[in-house]
Ligand binder design. Sequence first.
Ligand code: C5P
Length: 299
Amino acid sequence: MLAVARAKINLFLGVGERRADGYHDLDTIMTAIDRADILDISLAPRPKLAVQPEDLPPGQTLPEGSDNLVWRAAELLGGKDRGWRITLYKTIPMGAGLGGGSSDAAVVLQVLAGLWKLENADLEALAAQLGSDVPFFLRSGAVRATGRGDLLEPMGPLPTMHAVVAVPDVQVSTAEAYSWLDAAGDRPRRSSDPFQAALRSGDPATIAAAVWNDFEPVVTARVPAIGALREKLLEKGAMGAALTGSGSGVYGFFPTPDEATSVAFSLKREGIWAVYAATAASPTDFGRDPMASGSGLVG
Ligand code: C5P
């Protein structure tokens, strides 16, 4: 069965205090975008994972075998005795704040729970064990996440917005980015209320102008290429631009699909990995039979 695992971007990301458990309190608003990994999932005698890069920035190393969150998701749901076979076609860059690994894991939970008929499995709880932003990928629409990122509330519909996602040739470790924030000492805290008000306006330009990410100052100070890429999106006419997650990916919103497509193209001509991706209502889309659909997605 072919399943689609979309990427996410953080429209607003506020980081609060470091907690006793080592995690930080978050206040973030995320949406899925139309950039997706494709997973081909079936039952098999033994666990088997193949990972294939499709269109990624140079120098990305793909976690194979049990190092991959996909493997851990299948094992957490089904134990060591159940077999499965997954081919993971990667188009979402890693270490970029786009949630690709988390999205893959969420899809594996959903699809294998269906194939194994585990109707009573608590997928949200299993998702939270796999990573702070895995539960988001079981939801739809714009979602606010608080706590360590696993307490979710729907934020209502988001108008379709036209993003260019650009990723420099560098990966940022999430844990390291949090430690940079801790080392930065006192920071002004920003409430998500103004962003939520922008969201309620339903106006893409207003929403784009309100995007915010607390990681930006520390991450761009350590990796200037990331800040430069965000500036470049604004120079090329973005209505608003921000880091996603802890980076290294940045996005900018453009008024139309054509503008976003041509900006992504011009960045590519400069040797920068960039794609046009619209915001999407649902992070996952699964249940396709490759033989029935004949989609040729994964030739
Ligand atoms: O939950 P996840 O495994 O994705 O988190 C990776 C790392 O990011 C954690 O080990 C922790 O250092 C940091 N983190 C954090 N606060 C959060 C989420 C993640 O400090 N809310």
